[in-house]
Design a protein around this ligand. Sequence first.
Ligand code: MG
Length: 229
Amino acid sequence: MKPFQIIAFDADDTLWHSEDGFHAGERRFVELVSPYAADGIDVKAALTGVERKNLSILGYGVKAFGLSAVEAALTITEGRVPTSVIADILDIIYRQLTAPVRLLPHVPEVLAQVGDHYRMVLITKGDLIHQTHKVETSGLAHHFTDVEIVLEKEPSAYDRIFGKYGVPASEVCMVGNSVRSDILPVMALGGTAVHIPYPLLWELEHVDHDEHFAELASITELPAWLGIA
Ligand SMILES: [Mg+2]
């Protein structure tokens, strides 16, 4: 059994599906807005550009996506977008905000198994209301001693959290789907990280790196990797 004090888990696309909802929303946005777009505009790329521009103002999550989508619809079409399309975009956002949590396969069993041996915490970023709602309705909250919702998953945020627990980063293992947000910042503090990729990754989560870390095909491989299977 590996000697960690804490196993920390990311939530979106690690414990439950998230990015597939955003991809579906983006596809629908392109369908809705393209008929009114100015000639030669790559609608999808323009939307991502607005999201990137707004990241420091709006942060992460569905509401940020929604505001950027409305802004992008107006700018891409130079104001020609009909209000019915804006209403459709709002509908996409509200559906996404109220959609039931869809757990990834075998997550409850794996958390129960890991929880028999380790203290577990959840560290996620994004919108406070939506993330809290997902945690509370996921049926998983009881596995975690602490749930942390941060604005940005940067080393200072992890450092603050681990410091609050009084646990050195070297005794923490972070499990997540994003190299940029879950893996590199924890490794920068001297912690261990396990990458479990999700089939889809948001453009703004892409990162170039030459670090080496454990990568598992599925969360079901985690207990064996920890030496508790
Ligand atoms: Mg994630």
